[in-house]
Design a protein around this ligand. Structure first.
Ligand code: DOR
Ligand code: ZN
Length: 430
């Protein structure tokens, strides 16, 4: 059988060089010039970046499919240059047993248009060892404090859970916050009751409890002090980098998220810690506008963002404040390393997941986005959205068109093939 080959012609690479990328059987064969193959895509004037690995999304689905489902969530991911998403386990019901976990993978495999991993829940009752065998990519986010649809794990229980996860050799991710008593009736109260100082304290406490061998990852840290205190890899979200609570009306629940948006001052100083951030992940947490527009106190926390993450950050790189190389490290290579999956990239043999971006940014408009949430807090901000996205050398998204092909499931290293049919054939060579 003849090999399927594709040539991305004349693409701009992050270092500024213009080159042709030869892909065969879904993998990069050569980056150079002067090659000829039958199937080519003209990339003149477009920046070519590896597809992002967003290691923190909430795809909803199931009973919460009115907020988002695997199809719309993955459409949103692809339109934003994200080719791999990692779903969090605070679903309804939470992913605490191998049976519920397998049903979740089946739901994803039937609808998800990009590659995906699924994390397992961490609670004292969760069957961690079976979840690892069922294919969990990582454990968490572990709720060291309660958040939407996630019950808190008591500190007394956390240490033994950490030991069990370390013994499996699995990565663990943690949502660390401290919650003070009081009326959460405004964005500033939210910031006060889930303070940055409490986040730092929890990050310190959890870091101190960490067994030596555990790969520990701190989700969505919202302040420089927490970043400095972290003994583990550090994740920051686009909303903490691009938004502050002062940008919203005092009780505008669209700005309500855990951990809370901080002050403009704190937001700016997060950028000064760019080099200390390991991972940028979206914490895509879609809730409908109706849910976010009602009574502030009753509104669920969370901000949709899988589609706008890369476009906002690529525009930031165009402004010259960050380098494209550092952006790729935080959105492609580091998350893949932490999760133990192969990253797309330009080297021979890398998975050919790529997104082609225009050289100019334009203002974000909610009506152009694909999440069921139907709103964005980034309206009007500059962003560069990809025009073509490839997964494994196939066009997955181009000019509002999506290929019918489903993404592949990326199980964790503990996976023992159960013979279930939801295992996508592509998984074998990821
Ligand atoms: O604001 C949040 N929303 N923080 C979380 O940790 C969970 C998320 C959600 O699932 O909606
Ligand atoms: Zn969280």
């Amino acid at each position: 059988m003849q090999k399927r080959e594709l040539l991305l012609k004349g693409a701009l690479l992050p270092g500024g060089r213009r080159a042709d990328i030869l892909i065969a059987e879904g993998r990069v064969v050569h980056v150079g010039a002067g090659m000829m193959v039958e199937e080519t895509v003209d990339c003149t004037g477009l920046l070519c970046l590896p597809g992002a690995v967003d290691m923190h999304v909430h795809m909803r689905g199931g009973k919460q499919a009115y907020k988002e489902d695997w199809r719309t969530g993955s459409m949103s991911a692809l339109a934003g240059g994200v080719t791999t998403v990692v779903d969090q386990p605070n679903t309804v019901p939470p992913l605490t047993t191998a049976g519920v976990f397998a049903a979740r993978v089946r739901e994803a495999a039937s609808a998800c248009l990009c590659n995906f991993g699924v994390n397992a829940a961490v609670t004292p009752a969760a069957d961690l060892e079976e979840l690892w065998k069922a294919g969990a990519l990582a454990f968490g986010e572990t709720f060291a404090s309660p958040s939407s649809y996630g019950d808190a794990v008591a500190m007394e229980d956390l240490r033994s859970l950490m030991d069990r996860i370390a013994a499996l050799g699995a990565p663990m991710t943690v949502h660390a916050e401290e919650i003070l008593p009081g009326d959460d009736d405004s964005l500033s109260a939210h910031d006060t009751l889930r303070p940055a100082s409490g986040e730092r304290k929890m990050v310190e406490k959890i870091g101190a409890m960490r067994p030596q061998s555990l790969s520990l990852h701190f989700c969505h840290l919202s302040s420089t002090a927490s970043i400095d205190a972290a003994r583990g890899s550090v994740e920051v979200t686009p909303h903490h980098l691009f938004l502050s609570r002062e940008r919203f009306g005092p009780t505008d629940a669209r700005g309500k998220v855990n951990p809370p948006l901080r002050t403009e001052h704190e937001r700016k100083s997060l950028w000064s810690h760019w080099d200390s951030i390991d991972v940028i992940a979206s914490d895509h947490a879609p809730h409908t506008l109706a849910e976010k527009s009602g009574d502030y106190s009753a509104a669920p926390p969370g901000i949709p963002g899988v589609e706008t993450m890369m476009p906002l950050l690529v525009a930031e790189a165009y402004r010259g404040t960050i380098t494209l190389e550092s952006l790729l490290e935080k959105t492609v290579y580091a998350p893949a390393r932490i999760l133990g999956i192969s990253a797309p990239g330009f080297r021979k043999g890398c998975r050919a997941d790529f997104a082609l971006y225009p050289k100019e940014a334009s203002p974000i408009k909610a009506e152009h986005l694909h999440s069921k949430a139907g709103w964005t807090p980034y309206e009007g901000m500059d962003a560069a959205f990809p025009v073509i996205v490839f997964i494994g050398g196939n066009i997955a998204f181009q000019k509002e068109e999506y290929a019918a092909r489903r993404g592949a499931w990326l199980p964790g290293h503990g996976y023992i093939c159960s013979g279930d049919t939801y295992v996508h054939a592509d998984t074998a060579h990821l």
